[in-house]
Design a protein around this ligand. Structure first.
Ligand code: SF4
Length: 378
């Protein structure tokens, strides 16, 4: 049995205006050191033998997410990996991803991460336009992003992904096309291309409310998505998920585990795990998390049984090859079309989903309105 490991590193150089992740501004190396010690302690006290699969459990993906994991020193990464190895059997063909941000890495640290086993880099570009980067309070410019990509290649990374966001306030279709052109010129192995979501409580939501930024135009965002669906296959990138595109063979193995409802054990502040039956989460506040781990070795704040069938449907629909109806029936013992007949009827009528070769899939229109489709099954 295989599973993934997620390690949350919450620190960032500054706070981006649209971000609602569990992050903290990097204040001191001591705070990071104390956090790393807590994370190692959480790993070392984890009862991996009690898991389904027990000693046969093989970890085939590790993901350092954040936050900005590239604010960690190679020594800290090494320490975390040593704790991980003390508890889990790690596959030799492991995919090990580290999220990074431009202007937080040097060629030397990248080479060190690589020698520790990190073999996939995922970094946040968001846009190659300096004015847009400033508006988003990203804390780096477009040249920093280009330089990060160049250094990753020089350090020997052969599996590189980066993110872009479409539908930014004031962004035109032409601006988006220039971003796509530059991304495709770099030829990364993988691209994550998101439509901007505005989250309550973020500075961006406040700027829009107080009219300092315009509300992004939904029609233009839809045109941006359409453009993306046309340009990516022509450039040799297959879409395998609503927002994710890759060259053949470079799909994210780790993220696919979430969409296929496979186990992922997560460590660190606000980390969410799924063990195949239950989902559980850690404390969301970093200082609280560190204190709880130091005192009690656990910071679990939530545990619940999930409705696995409905999660399998709305997560599986994110993937372009959708859900195999026979696989669903085998796994859950009932027929998907019968169980969700009423919901599916409305979605078929609105042309948001379709059945093709015994698989339930999002249509092109369904890709654009995917959140509407998923909400039907939640
Ligand atoms: S770098 Fe990423 S995680 Fe950090 S504040 Fe910006 S969007 Fe959030």
């Amino acid at each position: 049995m295989t599973a993934g490991i997620y390690l949350h590193i919450p620190f960032c150089k500054s706070r981006c205006s649209y971000c609602d992740f569990a992050t903290d501004v990097y204040k001191s190396s001591e705070a990071v050191e104390r956090y790393v010690a807590a994370l190692c302690r959480e790993l070392e006290h984890f009862d991996s033998q009690a898991l389904a699969g027990g000693s046969d459990l093989l970890i085939d993906t590790v993901y350092f997410g954040g936050g900005t994991p590239s604010l960690l020193t190679p020594k800290q990464v090494e320490k975390i990996l040593a704790s991980l190895h003390s508890k889990f059997t790690i596959d030799l063909c492991l995919e090990m991803t580290m999220e990074m941000n431009p202007a937080t890495v040097s060629l030397t640290t990248l080479k060190d991460y690589k020698s520790l086993g990190v073999n996939r880099a995922s970094f946040g570009v968001q846009t190659f336009d300096d004015t847009e980067l400033k508006r988003l309070a990203r804390g780096h410019d477009a040249n920093d992003a280009r330089e990060t990509f160049r250094m990753l290649r020089e350090a020997g990374f052969e599996n590189v992904s980066f993110d872009l966001i479409a539908g930014l306030p004031r962004q035109t279709l032409g601006d988006w096309e220039r971003n796509l052109d530059e991304a495709l010129k770099l030829r990364p192995e993988h691209l994550s291309l998101y439509l901007l979501e505005i989250h309550e409580g973020t500075p961006l939501a406040e700027q829009i409310r107080s009219r300092r930024q315009p509300l992004p135009d939904e029609e233009i965002a839809a045109e941006m998505y359409e453009l993306l669906l046309e340009r990516m296959p022509a450039a040799g990138y297959a879409q395998y998920e609503v927002s994710n595109f890759s060259k053949p063979g470079f799909e994210s193995k780790h993220n696919s585990k979430y969409w296929l409802l496979e186990p992922v054990y997560a460590f660190g502040v606000s980390a969410h795990s799924f063990d195949g039956t239950q989902r559980y989460a850690n404390e969301r506040d970093t200082a609280q998390y560190v204190q709880l781990i130091e005192e009690k070795r656990t910071s679990e704040t939530m545990r619940e049984n999930i409705d696995a069938a409905s999660e399998f449907v709305f997560l599986g629909l994110r993937m372009t090859n959708g859900i195999d109806l026979a696989v669903f029936e085998n796994r859950f013992g009932f027929n998907l079309r019968q169980k969700y007949g009423r919901q599916l009827e409305t979605l078929f009528e609105s042309e948001l989903v379709e059945i093709y070769e015994d698989r339930l899939l999002l249509t092109r229109k369904g890709m654009l309105f995917s959140n509407e489709v998923f909400s039907v099954f939640v």
